[in-house]
Design a protein around this ligand. Sequence first.
Ligand SMILES: Cc1cc2nc3c(=O)[nH]c(=O)nc-3n(C[C@H](O)[C@H](O)[C@H](O)COP(=O)(O)O)c2cc1C
Length: 337
Amino acid sequence: MADTPMRIGSVELPSPFAVAPMAGMTDSAFRRLVKRHGGCGLVVTEMVSSEGLVRGIDRTLEYAEYTEEERPVSIQIFGRDPEKMAAAAQIVEGMGADIVDVNMGCPVPKIAKHNAGCSLMREPEHAAAVIGAMAKAVKIPVTVKMRAGWNEHERNAPTLAKMVQDAGASAIAVHGRTAAQSYSGSADWDLVAAIADAIDIPVFGSGDCVEPEQIVAKLRAGVEGVLVGRGVLRNPWILAQAQDLAAGRPAREVTPEQRGRFLLDYIELLQHERVDDARATSHDKWVINKLRALATYYTKGLENGSHLRTAINTVQTLDGLRELIVDHFHASTTISG
Ligand SMILES: Cc1cc2nc3c(=O)[nH]c(=O)nc-3n(C[C@H](O)[C@H](O)[C@H](O)COP(=O)(O)O)c2cc1C
C-alpha cells in the first residue's frame, strides 16, 4: 500500500477504504459508528435528489445531514439537468461537505426512468456536461460513481471515466457490474483496474468485498481506493480489519459482545435522529424498521443469525428489541467463550 495519503482534489483521506453510499442504510448514525470503529477514509451519504435540494425539501435535506465526526464526508446527489446539478452542488458546498458525488450507477427504475442514475451512462456527452457544469460551480471536488455500463453491450465505463475526468471530476468510483446485472453475477475488477491504469484521477473500485483480505487484495491489484458496501453492513469492522492487514498486522477480532453493542449503539443514536413532533409517535417504529433493514445483512454468517433475524423482524417495541439483542449476544458469548 502506498505510504502517501490518498487525496481527492485537496481533500486528504486518512485511509483508502471507504463506506459506499447505500440508500436506506448509510444514514449519519450508521456512518458515525463505522467511523468510530476505525479504518474508514471516507463516508458517502445516501443518494439525495438534486431537485429536492434545489427546492429545499425537508426530507431531502435530512438525507444530506452529517456530523463533524464523519469527515471527510461526500454527499451523493442524483439528477440529470446540468444547471440544477450545478445549483445542487453549490447547496452541498454550502452545507460544508468535503466532496460532492454524482450517482451514475443507480439501476432502480424510479431513478433511471428520469434518465438519472445509471441511465446517464447511456448519454456520455450529456453526463460529461453535467460534471463540467458542477465543477465550474463549486470549489469542492466533484466525483462520479458509475457502473461498468448499462448492459453487456454498453460497457462504456472506460470511455466515460476519461470524459468525466476531462470535464473536471476529481475522482471516480466504479462498481464493476452493469445496470442490467443489478446485483447478480460478480463485479468485474479487471475492468476497474484497467480504468485506474488508464486515467490520472484516483479510482475507487466497488463490489463484492465481504472479507478484509479481499479489500486489501483489490487495492494491491491496482486501484487507489476501495468502496465497501454490503461488507460493511455485515461487518462494520471490515475497514479497520483491512487497515490492520494492509499495515502487516493480524486483523482485529470482534467479540460477540462488541457485535451486540454495535446494534445497541445504533439504536441509541437513531433515537436522537430525525425526531420531530409530527412524527414522534411513529419514531420507535422507524428505529425498529432501520434495525430490521440492517439485520438483513448484519446477521449473515452469525451464529444463529437466522434466528436473530426472525426475532428482530417480529419484535414490536424498542425495549423488546434491545432485550433480544442483549440475550442473543450474551448467549453467543457463553457458547463460544
Ligand atoms: C441497499 C443498497 C443501497 C445502495 N444505494 C446506493 C446509492 O444510493 N448510491 C450508489 O451510488 N450506490 C448505491 N448502492 C451500490 C453500492 O454503493 C455498491 O457500489 C454496491 O453495493 C457494490 O458494492 P458491495 O458489493 O460492496 O455492496 C447501493 C447498494 C445497496 C446494497
